[in-house]
Design a protein around this ligand. Structure first.
Ligand code: FAD
Ligand code: MLT
Ligand code: ZN
Length: 463
């Protein structure tokens, strides 16, 4: 190890696994954004909390920045290491540590994948309800650091609702046990909640105690084709009033075309501009009748032009695939991603304002819409034309995002609903948070991490 700082790390932690090969630096130095060239100093793969603490103390002594790293499925550049940072990967700390049947909690190391958490909960007859397409590779630590949302928020809320306790190493290397699984705890500030959504800037999550719940009743999955944008929220209001919704997701015909080109099967014939995949409780005949009645009423109003109800688990999975495969089908095009939210009541007006803006600003550029419309969360993915240089494309997208941020501000929305700010959206944080709020957040950061070694450059333009 020629770098003297790494030599020092090896002397103080001889058992620590450290990678410095070029392909490892490239692999661990990036996330799904693919916009920055990875250039980390090295990759540390600790196996214990004590090793994590020792690495943080070393980083303070040597003034090396640390990038906490989970599955690197992030879409905001939060786990990117492009400036000689040490990537601290939680990959080896992936064990399920404990299940408590009385508390109905599961304690896991932060590197456990979301899928492993789902499986462990299911093994005890319960569920961990946060869910989304990256489940196989994202880590629970990354989910906590981004306060991940996903496709079940409408029923269960974001990751924040499901964290009973956290074990965290702060920027000085101290170990914090936050909330310890308590349901009621009015003993001052809830530091656990500060850590959730902090994008690796306040501490490194090493363990989490997750709340579990009963599985939902058996459900049905329906795909709906809609004739226009206004119908989206009309159908949502109708379905929400009649059915117990587990999910209500939308996408456009353009999104569908990419998923079909990626290998999925068309489920509804004809051209329709908008689609909804919805899942709802359907344990008995009255619930299934209510769903059919809601569908028929939507057809009568002209809000729905066609629809299909899955008749088997396999069909339900095929319908979900049309929504869940969008990200992967677009990935080779390295889309510029906006991930915005407004209150549900603001969605109709915001959709119109946004459509006018995007049509005007991206006349010859493909823009794909999809997302968690039932939560007021829209994903807008802009695709670089084949003949456009990437720099020019990004510059144009940044210009439009500035206008989008103004529109969001007028509608009281947020520049990041669920992906986090990371590198991608840090310039737009002031459209969602006031100057006073940002100053307070930076003050909190200095308390947790006095020397600013945890993920500097992320979340804020200036630390
Ligand atoms: P990473 O990308 O590794 O890191 C994300 C951030 O967390 C970084 O800032 C990193 O420094 C920090 N971090 C990671 N681990 C720790 C730790 N142990 N302690 C402290 N900080 C840490 N997101 C949604 O919210 N909803 C979706 O529906 C959704 N769908 C997706 C679908 C696909 C196909 C893909 C590729 C991504 C999707 N995402 C979604 C985005 C992403 O999966 C989530 O943000 C996820 O929570 C990131 O987890 P990760 O382990 O990959 O984190
Ligand atoms: C999704 O809802 O599919 C995710 O947030 C991923 C994305 O926005 O690409
Ligand atoms: Zn999403």
């Amino acid at each position: 190890m020629s770098d003297p700082r790494l030599a020092q790390l090896a002397r103080s932690l001889p058992q620590l696994r450290v990678l410095t090969a070029a392909d490892d630096l490239a692999h661990y130095g990036r996330d799904w954004t693919r916009r920055w060239t990875p250039a980390p100093l090295a990759i540390a793969l600790p196996a214990t909390t004590e090793e994590v603490q020792a690495i943080v103390r070393w980083a303070n002594q040597q003034q090396v920045a640390i990038v906490p790293s989970g599955g690197r499925t992030g879409l905001s550049g939060g786990a990117v290491a492009a400036n000689g940072e040490l990537v601290l990967s939680l990959q080896r700390m992936n064990r399920v540590l404990d299940f408590d049947a009385v508390d109905r909690t599961l304690t896991v190391q932060a590197g456990a994948t979301l899928h492993a958490v789902h499986e462990a909960a299911r093994g005890h007859g319960l569920i961990y309800p946060v869910d989304f397409a990256a489940r196989g590779s994202c880590s629970i630590g990354g989910n906590i650091a981004t306060n991940a949302g996903g496709i079940r928020v409408i029923r269960y809320g974001n990751t924040r609702e499901w964290i009973a306790g956290l074990t965290v190493v702060n920027g000085s290397g101290e170990l914090l046990e936050l909330n310890r699984g308590l349901i009621k705890n009015s003993s001052g500030y809830d530091l656990r909640q500060l850590l959730i959504g902090s994008e690796g800037t306040l501490g490194i999550v090493v363990e989490a105690t997750l709340k579990l719940t009963d599985p939902p009743p058996s459900s049905q999955v329906m795909l709906l084709a809609l004739p226009d944008m206004d119908a989206l929220m009309q159908v949502f209001a109708l379905f929400r009033s009649r059915l117990a919704l587990q999910a209500f997701e939308f996408f456009t015909d353009q999104a569908l075309n990419h998923v079909l080109a990626h290998g999925a099967q068309r489920a509804i014939d004809g051209d329709h501009p908008y689609y909804v995949v919805t899942e709802f409780d359907a344990a008995d005949e009255p619930a299934r009748d209510a769903a059919l009645a809601a569908f028929e009423q939507a057809m009568e109003h002209g809000w729905v032009s066609d629809g299909v109800i899955a008749q088997s688990q396999a069909q339900a999975a095929a319908l979900w695939r049309l929504r869940e495969d969008i990200t992967e089908s677009l990935a080779p095009r390295r889309p510029y991603k906006n991930d915005v939210s407004v209150r549900i009541s603001q969605v109709p007006a915001f959709l119109h304002a946004m459509q006018a803006l995007l049509t005007r600003e991206y006349p010859d550029i493909e823009v794909i819409w999809f997302g968690h419309i039932g939560d007021g969360n829209l994903h807008i993915n802009v695709l670089c034309p084949q003949d456009m240089a990437e720099d020019a494309f990004i510059a144009q997208c940044e210009h439009v995002t500035r206008l989008l941020a103004d529109t969001l501000q007028r509608h009281g929305g947020s520049i990041s609903a669920e992906h986090g700010i990371g590198l991608v959206k840090r310039a737009y944080l002031p459209c969602t948070r006031s100057a006073a709020e940002i100053a307070m957040m930076q003050g909190v950061r200095r308390v947790f991490d006095p020397n600013g070694i945890l993920n500097p450059g992320k979340l804020f333009v200036r630390d």
